[in-house]
Design a protein around this ligand. Structure first.
Ligand code: NAP
Length: 419
């Protein structure tokens, strides 16, 4: 890992610091980095949100979040860790919020990471106000979560906004799949065992299957799920990233930029279907009972399962069928890639290789540590985000226009083609 920045003091500003992302993912991961002494001296977290609480109240809120992680709650280092947390109370649209934030950052502006843990509808307001408040300069970096847009047009708008204020190398677009240990293992398998590259092509491989199955149903996240569906939730990002790692071509991991460019180059070769063609290559289904979930329309047409057959138009895998599929209420939890060789041998790569004690913590630890160290290989680049949407858009359109009929499946069974 490059280590360009990690020795400098860092201030991490989290917009939306009293929200779920902070409580479940950012804070516990920071705690482990603290415990393992992987945070630089002078590291601080400045939370920003509208909630009427004091600095002590904010620390108390983080302490409450720690109760969900018995190991952290019991740890004596927790009180010392909480002293790293500061709070700025204010609305995102209010210029005084940014004036207060500037005051808190004064004298601590060596290296600042701004984490947008807010819904994308606030990005413009926050960035504009940061600019007006004099908070944007060359030593700042931005962490932003998926989804980047909900279609190609939306993604272009977000990208236009981000590039107005930041250079590409200042933006860390988070897709936690890239931080999964299985993805790292796949990456190293391909690029450390170069002799295998000789057989890693359409000459020897007849097909690739990528799947993300979740046993859990939509639970209480119905309202969110209605706005995306399975394809946009995990297909556009996680599965296409897996596809890129499985089939991209480059010789060495010389820098994050090389890796990002290689993924983008690969995704740009995806054969784009028009919505009418997609019915030959895509399938969608909804588990029975989904429409009864909280926040879900009674006549919802949203897919909770999809399968898409993708093809690359050039390169070593030109013409090889690559199936990507994901679903909720599946028979089991499964995150894997299967490479099928023409001689009948299949190699299975698990994408989640170990059972972690706390879901997401390992991944967000890696995300934060990599960003602080200036290693951008596990973050999405602008071009790969846009290439992925270009492939997904016509399929989403075909789903919405019902060109591909919605099938139904019993929860915790594999959807049948005719269901
Ligand atoms: N949660 C996850 O695991 C996760 C994973 C991937 C991506 N994301 C994305 O990350 C973003 C944040 O998600 P989340 O789950 O953390 O959301 P959330 O729980 O709803 O939290 C939203 C945060 O924004 C603050 N806020 C809302 N409106 C505000 C305003 N006008 N002025 C100031 N503060 C305001 C809230 O403050 P109050 O507490 O004071 O209301 C809260 O701190 C979303 O875009 C989501 O799609 C989340």
């Amino acid at each position: 890992m490059a280590n360009r920045y990690s020795k400098d003091p860092i201030s991490l500003v989290v917009f939306g610091a009293t929200g779920d992302l902070m409580a479940r993912k950012i804070f516990p991961s920071l705690f482990y980095l603290y415990k393992e002494k992987k945070l630089p001296d002078g590291f601080r977290v400045i939370g920003v949100s509208r909630r009427d609480i004091s600095e002590e109240g904010f620390r108390e809120k983080i302490r409450e979040a720690a109760d969900k992680f018995d190991e952290i709650a019991k740890d004596k280092r927790l009180s010392g860790f909480l002293k790293l947390f500061y709070f700025v109370k204010g609305y995102f649209g209010d210029r005084y919020t940014y004036e207060d934030l500037k005051r808190v950052l004064e004298g601590h502006d060596h290296k600042i990471f701004f984490y947008l843990a807010v819904t994308p509808k606030f990005y413009k307001t926050v960035l504009e106000n940061m600019k007006k408040g004099g908070l944007i300069h060359r030593n700042i970096f931005l962490l932003v979560e998926k989804p980047i847009g909900l279609d190609l047009k939306g993604a272009r708008e977000v990208e236009k906004l981000l590039s107005k204020y930041f250079k590409e190398e200042q933006i860390y677009r988070v897709d936690h799949y890239l931080a999964k240990s299985g993805m790292d293992a796949l990456f190293h398998f391909r690029f450390k065992k170069k002799y295998l590259e000789k057989i890693w092509s359409r000459e020897f491989i007849s097909g690739i299957e990528l799947r993300l199955w979740e046993e859990k149903d939509v639970g209480t996240r119905g309202e969110f799920y209605e706005s995306v569906g399975a394809l946009r939730d995990v297909g556009q990002n996680h599965l296409l990233t897996m596809l890129a790692y499985a089939t991209m071509d480059f010789r060495s991991r010389t820098s994050g930029e090389v890796v990002r460019k290689a993924r983008a180059k690969l995704l740009r070769t995806l054969k784009i279907y028009n919505p009418r063609q997609t019915r030959h290559f895509a399938y969608r289904a909804q588990y029975k009972g989904y429409r009864k979930a909280k926040g879900v329309k009674r006549d919802s047409q949203i897919e909770t399962f999809f399968r898409v057959l993708a093809f690359l138009g050039s390169g070593n895998f030109k013409g090889v069928p690559i199936s990507i599929e994901a679903g909720k209420a599946m028979p089991e939890n499964k995150k894997e890639m299967i490479v099928k060789f023409k001689d009948g041998i299949n190699i299975i790569f698990p994408i989640e290789t170990h059972s972690v004690k706390y879901q997401y913590v390992e991944e967000y630890k890696k995300i934060l540590a990599s960003a602080f160290a200036g290693d951008d290989s596990i973050f999405l680049g602008r071009n790969e985000v846009l290439a992925a949407w270009k492939f997904i858009d016509p399929i989403v359109l075909a789903f919405r226009k019902n060109l591909i009929p919605l099938r139904f499946y019993e929860p915790n069974t594999y959807p049948k083609a005719s269901g």
